[in-house]
Ligand binder design. Structure first.
Ligand code: GLU
Length: 496
């Protein structure tokens, strides 16, 4: 049942500063769910004002990652919209206009004493002095400051933080958060390059874009009070703020650092959106898994398709507690979703993995059969070449030892194989009904176990210890290749 809340306008506002992390994917997902649930709009806004950290190609990778997850946006730099532009560097004049507005109202001021944010950061860290208390420019007359600006003197614009009182901001997950203004500083709003910092840009853009609900990582909680001050300074209504919890490392011990993400990658665990698909995960599984990191529906339901999530997601059920990443759960969901795929769909998703494994997949019918045979055997699409590559090979190269039956000599095994060849050649088809009993009878006649016969067949046909059932395998490989591989097995045994 869809909740009866009014259509929201939500945004996902990434900075193109590197690869897109799973955490950003989850933030985007939550925003998207709320938009689709309420019939509202999901907006993509690129926050690229930090030119030092800008990474070329990051925006493209980000969009690809979101599309891969199944998210589409109603407004954004690529699709346009009434509230554009949707890239912050293209909105420069707006920030200039609004920061000037704050300056004229005495809520911000030109500061000439530290043009570099870096220098300022360092100074603050070493001295613990608030800029608010030491800046000689804070109380300079605006006309005088304007003259310096007009004269080209390098400057930044700072927020004039009140020296006393306190501020309360409200997060939908955590409730009211009150801090004393004395603990806050005169934060830089516009840097010396004329570009705004996040704090100013986010407030201006959320307001101008009519954002009603803002879901962003809880890493922004420390600067949340400043945003409250900015809204008050502009006299604007705030959106509903929602800060989902951060991720913890898989062992639950501490926040994920950049180094932890790299370590996960090295251990073969994806953490950036663009790696999941490449590493054999289904977007359906990643969406389900990511949604549950920090959100729950009840204490038992775990499987949620995108449609389910759109229907059931609720801000009230987001948890403020940080959640550890559980990759076994992701693997579990992946196997589950692989099994529910339509075979043709699975086949299409497997094709690139076989191709990347070096197999030529030019027989669609065969690919379908292979997909069907592998479906219950895959926990991950990337396992397909290893588990089923032999279907597409011209020849397989079984290890000679694998063709020799338990407690049998090579000669006995060869003799058995010759009988298998004759029998197989005489079978009308390779279905279990037609092939199973005659092969079992052959084993009995030769005083062997069925396992001997099937073991030889499996190894000769697949050169693998584990494979889909032998009959299914033979049907897919086809009579000609089955006999060819058996003969090759015999030949190998002759030369042992
Ligand atoms: N650009 C910010 C980030 O990438 C966005 C935070 C927000 O959603 O307001 O963290």
């Amino acid at each position: 049942m869809t909740k009866t809340i009014k259509p929201v306008r939500v945004r996902f506002a990434p900075s193109p500063t590197g690869r897109t992390h799973l955490g950003s994917g989850r933030t985007a997902l939550y925003n998207y769910l709320l938009a689709r649930q309420t019939g509202g709009q999901f907006i993509l806004r690129i926050e690229d004002t930090d030119q030092k950290r800008f990474v070329k190609g990051a925006e493209e990778e980000l969009m690809e990652g979101l599309h891969w997850l199944g998210l589409d946006w109603d407004e954004g730099p690529d699709v346009g919209g009434e509230y554009g532009p949707y890239r912050q560097t293209e909105r420069r004049e707006l920030y200039q206009k609004y920061s000037r507005h704050l300056v004229e109202r005495g809520q911000a001021y030109y500061c000439f004493c530290a043009v570099s944010e870096d220098v300022e950061d360092k100074k603050e860290k070493t001295s613990f002095q608030k800029h608010r208390n030491i800046c000689p420019d804070r109380d300079v007359d605006l006309a005088e400051a304007d003259q310096k600006v007009a004269g080209g003197e390098p400057h930044v614009i700072r927020f004039r933080m009140p020296r006393d009182g306190n501020i309360t901001v409200t997060d939908a997950i955590r409730g009211d958060i009150t801090v004393e203004n004395i603990t806050l500083d005169d934060t830089i709003l516009v840097k010396s390059d004329g570009l705004p910092v996040y704090h100013l840009a986010v407030v201006v853009d959320d307001h101008l874009m009519g954002i009603t609900h803002a879901i962003r990582t809880s890493e922004w909680l420390p600067t949340f009070p400043l945003h409250g001050h900015l809204y008050a300074a502009f006299g604007w209504d705030q959106p509903t703020w929602i800060h989902p919890s951060i991720f913890l490392k898989p062992d639950g011990k501490g926040k994920m650092s950049k180094r932890d993400s790299e370590a996960l990658m090295e251990a073969g665990k994806p953490i950036f959106l663009s790696d999941f698909g490449r590493m054999g995960y289904l977007p359906e599984a990643v969406v389900n898994w990511a949604a549950l990191i920090g959100w729950s529906y009840d204490d038992k339901t775990e499987e949620f398709s995108m449609e389910d999530l759109i229907e059931k997601f609720s801000v009230e059920k987001l948890s403020p507690a940080p959640a550890a990443l559980n990759f076994s759960k992701l693997d579990h969901f992946n196997g589950l979703y692989i099994r529910t795929l339509d075979v043709a769909d699975l086949a299409a998703r497997l094709r690139p993995f076989f191709e990347a494994g070096g197999y030529l997949v030019n027989d669609d019918e065969k690919l379908l059969q292979v997909a069907e045979a592998l479906q219950i055997r895959l926990a991950n699409l990337a396992e397909a070449p290893e588990k089923g590559g032999f279907f597409f090979k011209d020849e397989v190269y079984p290890d000679p030892e694998s063709l020799i039956g338990k407690k049998m000599t090579a000669e006995q095994s060869m003799e058995m194989a010759q009988h298998i060849e004759t029998l197989i050649a005489s079978l009308p088809d390779f279905s279990e009904e037609s092939a199973s009993q005659p092969l079992r009878d052959l084993a009995t006649e030769m005083g062997l176990k069925a396992g001997h016969v099937f073991g030889f067949l499996r190894n000769a046909l697949t050169a693998q210890k584990v494979s889909p059932p032998v009959f299914e395998t033979m049907e897919i490989i086809g009579r000609e290749k089955v006999l060819e591989r058996i003969r090759k097995g015999i030949e190998i045994l002759e030369n042992v």
